[in-house]
Design a protein around this ligand. Sequence first.
Ligand SMILES: Nc1ncnc2c1ncn2[C@@H]1O[C@H](COP(=O)(O)OP(=O)(O)OP(=O)(O)O)[C@@H](O)[C@H]1O
Ligand SMILES: [Mg+2]
Length: 264
Amino acid sequence: MREPVVSFDGVCKSYPLYHHVRGIKHLLFNFPRNLKAMKSMQYEAIRGISFDVYRGEQFGIIGHNGAGKSTTLGLIAGVLKPTSGRVVVRGRISPLLSLGAGFHPDLSGRENVMLNGILMGLTRREILEKLDEILDFTELGEFIERPIRVYSSGMLARLGFSVVAHLDPEILLIDEVLGVGDIRFRQKCAKKIREFKRSGVTMVMVSHSVDGIARLCSRAMWIENHTMQMIGDAKEVVAAYQAANADEADASDPVNEDFAGVEL
Ligand SMILES: Nc1ncnc2c1ncn2[C@@H]1O[C@H](COP(=O)(O)OP(=O)(O)OP(=O)(O)O)[C@@H](O)[C@H]1O
Ligand SMILES: [Mg+2]
């Protein structure tokens, strides 16, 4: 029987809504009433979402900006707690691989690799053993010694993917990162992802590059207006999403070309 490594059961995540509070003065003068109102004003980022991700599968999440994709990944990673419902995760999760997450701007690329390794629970010795391989993979050259605040978003993505890819995760979470690298780095990432796929690493990835999701993932979920619109075979879900947006999307939409030339 297939074993679920991630299970969501009727999961809701709300964030407090602050915009209706008219300044700190207003808040203080009407304190108890405002506090009560603030607590009751919630914005639902995802609502009643249930799905399973099985061991060894590549699972994609697609949907419009603000639909709730990153919130879903944050709940899997454990950096967010559900407001209601249940999230169960079995296995060692990679830190949330999103742009710049877990990186310190004033430290160099090399120092950030060390820091991230330690945050992931590796010993100094284990990190040093892998350091050369990780640094080689980034291809950042002399930039590896510079503070990462001077990095471009593509350079940050290189650093982030290189760290996570070399630390043997059981469940790899990827939030819209691959699209930022240049074509050569995307090819390298794709190769690494194929290796992961072969060795049975479970992957949950969010991307606006829906063609990439269709190629890489076996199953996918489409989130629309904070709820699940469709779940199933990745190609079918992507086709339905594209059909629903056919009027708005131009066939040459650049966001769908992130994976152009990348054989996943
Ligand atoms: N920390 C937060 N506080 C308040 N609202 C938030 C917070 N994080 C996300 N939201 C809101 O929750 C909703 C879902 O956000 P989320 O980041 O999950 O979307 P997304 O699907 O990843 O979008 P994108 O494609 O733009 O990355 C959005 O409307 C967003 O404004
Ligand atoms: Mg997001």
